[in-house]
Structures are given as C-alpha cells and as structure tokens.
Design a binder for this molecule. Structure first.
Ligand SMILES: C[S@@+](CC[C@H](N)C(=O)[O-])C[C@H]1O[C@@H](n2cnc3c(N)ncnc32)[C@H](O)[C@@H]1O
Length: 259
C-alpha cells in the first residue's frame, strides 16, 4: 500500500463512513472488508476475557453473530472453545474469515454467510450465542433512543426472537454492546422471552455493556428484570475518542440508567 492509500485507510478507520447509515448497508461492509483485515469494535478480547470465562465452557457450542474481521473467535479457539459457528451478512468477511481459519488449521470452526435477522439454524442448537457491536448496528438510524423508530425495533426483535429460538434450554445470549440497559431492557424483557437478564460493564472512560441472558431463567419479580452484576472491571487505557467506535456510538448518552 502506498503512502496516500495508507493515509486514506487510516482516516477511514478512524473517522468512519460519511454517514452512519452506511453501517446498515451490506455493500459498505463488503467494500470495507475487501481492504481491511482486522478491526476490533468496542474492545478486544483481553478486556472481557474474564467475563467470557465465567459463562462459556470448553465444550459449549457457540454461534457468533456478525463476526466481521474480529479476532473474537480466534481468541475463544485459543482458549479451548472450539465448537464455533460464525455468521456475517458480508460475503467478503465470510470468505476472508474462512481463509484465515483454514490457514491457522482451526478445526471445528464454521464461517457462514447469514443474516442474524433470519437465522437459518434449527431450534435449540447452541449453548451460547454471542455478538459484539452487531446489535448496535441496528440502532444507528433509530432516531430518539427513548422512542426508536419501528423499523429498528422490529429488526432488533427479529434478531432476538431468532437468538432465543436457536438457544438450547439454559443456553445464554452474550451481547457485548454500546447500547445501555435503559434502551435494551424493553427489548430483552419482551414477554415472549424466557431469559433472565444480567449485565456488567467493562472498559475505561466509556463503559461497554456485557449482557448475559439465560434462556428459561426469567425472574418472576418484574422489578428485578435487569440485574447488574458487580464484577471488577479491567481498566486498560485507550485513547477511545480517536477511534471509529466513538462515531458509531450514536444515540447513546453518557450516564447509566438516569431516567
Ligand atoms: C460493528 S461490526 C462488528 C464486527 C465484530 N463483531 C467486531 O466486534 O469487531 C458489525 C458486523 O455485523 C455485520 N452485520 C451487519 N448486519 C448484519 C446482519 N443482519 N446479519 C449478520 N451480520 C450483520 C457486518 O457485516 C459487520 O461485520
């Protein structure tokens, strides 16, 4: 890559696309993944590894939604969690990820083109469904976060219905997200879902949310619908304002549960 291309690549990955609407466009992701080999949204694995290991066992079957070119699956694999299926809407991401896993000799990891809004897997097929920054994409054009547009809500519900369906009884959905509890609670807590809802935070400066929804374990006490679990946070300093996540983090205010 020449100096000019390097500069424009650096600019793109630090300031993002001209409009956040691009994040809803599969062509944007295909084009981006053609030239980009790795970009880690939110934080890398080292920041939430301690949380992952509280919930995923080595023999868990794991579905990752919207893997992009993240190294989350590589890290899980290296930690002994090898029964992994990754999906992404972008055919380019899928092809590059397949090549990467093949070249690393990872066995048992499947990478498939797929839409998380219409999951093609059988009912009750995974112990764990995980996503990082993928559900957040559905809200980039949702308008007022307290009253999101119906399209965003419908898409989020389609995603969650699919996740709930493909989870085994007692299986868990791990959502690693910008979206704050007061915005996610009404969706996670829809009457059709049987999962309990816990979360903790991690990160320095901005907090990111690590939600754990366990199927079949919904609490009967409606006031205890979203339980915050106190877990020590790993504070590894990063200059977060400089990266694309800051722009992506639309419609989200700074304070937690203030309304
Ligand atoms: C913000 S990136 C997050 C990538 C990765 N999870 C990470 O943490 O770095 C969102 C990813 O979701 C994918 N994506 C967007 N909409 C999707 C959908 N409906 N189904 C599956 N993947 C989708 C995009 O192609 C992109 O790879």
């Amino acid at each position: 890559m020449g100096e000019t291309e390097k500069a424009s690549e650096a600019k793109r990955t630090t300031v993002g696309p001209a409009s956040v609407l691009a994040y809803l466009d599969p062509n944007y992701w295909n084009e981006r993944f053609t030239s980009e080999d790795h970009y880690e949204w939110l934080k890398d694995y080292s920041h939430f590894r301690h949380l992952i290991h509280q919930h995923i066992k080595p023999d868990s079957s794991v579905l990752e939604l919207g893997c992009g070119n993240s190294q989350l699956s590589d890290e899980l694999y290296n930690d002994g969690i090898t029964n992994i299926t990754c999906i992404d809407l972008s055919s380019v991401a899928v092809e590059k990820m397949q090549k990467r896993f093949f070249s690393k000799g990872y066995k048992g990891v499947k990478v498939l083109e797929g839409n998380m809004l219409n999951l093609s897997f059988a009912d009750e097929s995974f112990d764990v469904v995980i996503e990082k920054g993928t559900m957040d994409v559905l809200f980039v054009d949702s308008g007022d976060p307290w009253n999101p547009r119906p399209e965003a809500v419908n898409n989020a519900m389609a995603m969650l219905q699919g996740v709930h369906r493909v989870l085994k009884p007692n299986g868990i959905f791990i959502s690693i997200a910008f979206g704050q509890p007061h915005f996610r609670r009404p969706l996670f807590n829809a009457p059709e879902f049987t999962w309990s809802i816990d979360y903790t935070t991690f990160g320095d400066g901005f907090h990111y949310f690590f939600y754990v929804l366990r199927k079949g374990c919904k609490l009967l006490d409606a006031n205890a619908d979203v339980k915050k679990v106190e877990t020590p946070t790993l504070c590894l300093y990063q200059d977060e304002l400089d990266n694309e996540d800051y722009l992506f983090r639309t419609n989200i205010d700074e304070t937690d549960d203030q309304r």
